[in-house]
Design a protein around this ligand. Structure first.
Ligand code: HXC
Ligand code: NAP
Length: 297
């Protein structure tokens, strides 16, 4: 993220207290930095406590303000209740960004039920548990609230080779569209961002384990490039900050029209051989094992 390219003024988000799941890395970290830069207090959540602490120190070192690292596994409703309770002791949230996710490419016939659950328990269930815990508190206290979910463009057209993610992200979209209506009366609104390719370590290592995706995305994209983090942050600020309160129940793509041009999904992997799938699986496993060793919750 390049703060000089933010469209919004400093101080815009003063008084906001925003929880970003998956805020220790990737897109979550970028959005957390943008909110912080504009004056919000930010809580970043993930399973790797050390990663969260390093990110919090990095961001406050750069911008001052407050970033609270909070280790929590969103697959556990009990862990979420405890973590959100601790957040509330320091003050109510004004916003929630459901950004945490898991994903890997796999032929669907190679998935076990546990492989499906590894994704669905984070994206489908975890996102709901988090939303429910925070939403119930807002309703009980008569506070308005603002939720932004980070989806993918394949909520509109599905995607081969990431079926658990496609199903789960589509479910989250349905949750947002449903609750935008049900909880509108409480002043709680819901919107979704569907990013195209914004290269991050977490994404590239599991969705393009042999590399090369970025170049392919660049050449196939109508704008001839991948997304810039500041562009994503500007959209997140627009939806999360004050002034867009009448925007509710929407899913906004930010992908350079990649989805219209190519479907924006993994159809291209139909050409892969058995050997390429074996190699991808081994590389994804090495990444997962390394991250697993760093988890504290
Ligand atoms: C088939 C696989 C597999 C693979 C894992 N599994 N990798 N199956 N092919 N490549 C199966 C395992 O065999 C096992 O089932 C089950 O999944 C659980 O494996 P674990 O290693 O124990 O998983 P776990 O520790 O729960 O890790 C969850 C994870 C991991 C989702 C697999 O990657 C993770 O925590 N990721 C978080 C970060 C992340 O994924 N970021 C990317 C977001 S990018 P069995 O039956 O064998 O026991 C994103 C971008 C989208 O979403 C848009 C791009 C354009
Ligand atoms: P990433 O860096 O791997 O982000 C995923 C984050 O989720 C990590 O910080 C991870 O932290 C956290 N997380 C995963 N499981 C968790 C759990 N059970 N509990 C708590 N936190 C958990 O990848 P990213 O590319 O930034 O992806 C961020 C979001 O953007 C995802 O929703 C993804 O689907 C979406 N997206 C990304 C792109 C892209 O091009 N990058 C495109 C479209 C959509 P821990 O491992 O420490 O828990």
């Amino acid at each position: 993220m390049d703060p000089a390219k933010l469209m919004f003024r400093d101080g815009l988000m003063t008084g906001e207290r925003i929880l970003v799941t998956g805020g220790g890395t990737g897109l979550g970290k970028e959005m957390a930095e943008a909110f912080l830069k504009l004056g919000a207090e930010v809580i970043i959540m993930g399973r790797r406590g050390k990663v969260l602490e390093e990110t919090a120190a990095e961001l406050t070192g750069r911008h001052g303000g407050t970033v609270i690292p909070l280790a929590c596994d969103i697959r556990s409703a009990e862990a979420i209740a405890e973590a959100v309770g601790a957040v509330w002791e320091g003050g109510a949230l004004t916003g929630l960004v459901n950004n945490a996710a898991g994903n890997f490419i796999s032929r669907t016939q190679d998935l076990s039920p546990r492989g499906f659950d590894a994704i669905a328990n984070i994206v489908f269930r975890g996102t709901f548990y988090m939303t429910l815990e925070v939403g119930k508190r807002w309703i009980a206290e008569g506070r308005p609230g603002n939720v932004v979910n980070i989806l993918t463009t394949w909520v509109w057209n599905g995607s081969p080779f990431v079926v658990p993610s496609a199903m789960s992200k589509s479910g989250v979209r349905a949750m947002a569209e449903s609750l935008a209506v049900e909880w509108g009366r409480y002043g709680i609104r819901f919107n979704n961002i569907a990013p195209g390719p914004f290269p991050t370590e977490g994404m590239s290592k599991r969705l393009s384990p042999g590399g090369g995706m970025e170049n392919a995305e660049r050449s196939a994209n109508p704008l001839g490039r991948v997304g810039e983090m500041t562009e994503l942050c500007n959209l997140a600020i627009f939806l999360m900050g004050p002034g867009a309160h009448y925007v509710n129940g929407q899913t906004i793509a930010i992908d350079g029209a990649m989805y219209q041009a190519t479907g924006g999904n993994f159809s291209g992997l139909r050409a892969w051989t058995d050997e390429q799938w074996d190699m991808a699986k081994a590389m994804i496993k090495a990444t997962n094992d390394k991250d697993k060793a760093a988890r504290t919750v």
